[in-house]
Design a protein around this ligand. Structure first.
Ligand SMILES: C[S@@+](CC[C@H](N)C(=O)[O-])C[C@H]1O[C@@H](n2cnc3c(N)ncnc32)[C@H](O)[C@@H]1O
Length: 223
């Protein structure tokens, strides 16, 4: 999956995205945002914010920045901000693989249904860790490769097809987090069908921009 085709895919579905992903995926979003649990004034980054389906779930005492690579998805999100008067949220176009934010800038980073919908999940994960403060929370909602060998083989087989519609079906969570300076605190199933996982991580130490995988150890006992 290359960046241009991903942008094209999501831009082309921006007008109907909420209709497909709104209702059924609402509960995991609010559950995951509950895990951020920040003090008043907490600064949150939402990566791949899309049409902003999560935005109304953020407490108004947070300061929220949402980024996405698709102008059309962001245009829907900006409409939502106006409709609900969400003045604590700002949206901007930015590539999650090369964020322009300073290191250690956010108290928490959230990505819903994004990490398998980007060209390079490892690079996005590294960037999410870089911009999060030490001790800050990184929360993902995503489907990850199934632990059952037969199912994971099926996921591998269909992944070349799912990539054509904008996501990979066989992303391995352990490989994604391996070697990165984060600790997994919680991993819970999420509706619909418990197919999705909500994963809460804590950043353990500062990591400079561009550090390759495998240079840190990670506590993945809870995976
Ligand atoms: C499946 S949608 C999820 C949208 C939203 N998070 C939600 O919960 O509905 C994936 C989003 O990731 C965005 N995306 C994909 N690659 C990206 C990148 N490299 N940088 C920023 N956003 C990206 C897409 O444009 C799309 O809006």
């Amino acid at each position: 999956m290359d960046a241009a085709s991903i942008e094209r895919i999501y831009s082309s579905v921006a007008g109907i995205y909420d209709w497909i992903f709104g209702h059924w995926f609402s509960e995991p979003r609010s559950k995951a945002l509950g895990l951020l649990d920040l003090q008043s004034g907490g600064h949150v980054l939402e990566v791949g914010v899309g049409t902003g389906l999560s935005l109304k779930h953020y407490p108004r005492h947070y300061r929220v920045i949402g980024i996405d690579c698709s102008e059309q998805m962001l245009a829907q999100g900006k409409r939502r901000l106006r409709r609900h008067g969400l003045r604590h949220v700002s949206l901007m176009k930015m590539d999650a693989m090369q964020m322009t934010f300073e290191d250690n800038m956010f108290d928490a980073v959230f990505a819903a249904y994004v990490i398998s919908a980007v060209p390079d999940p490892h690079q996005v994960m590294r960037e999410m860790i870089r911009v999060c403060k030490v001790g800050g929370k990184i929360v993902l909602i995503n489907h990850f490769q199934n632990g059952n060998l037969l199912i994971s083989k099926c996921e591998k087989a269909v992944s070349p097809l799912t990539k054509k519609i904008g996501f990979q079906a066989d992303l391995d969570l352990r490989a994604l987090l391996d070697g990165k300076p984060i600790t997994v605190e919680k991993k819970e199933d999420a509706k619909p069908f418990n197919y999705w996982k909500v994963v809460q991580c804590i950043k353990r130490e500062t990591v400079p921009r561009g550090l390759p995988n495998g240079t840190h150890e990670i506590a993945t006992d809870s995976l």
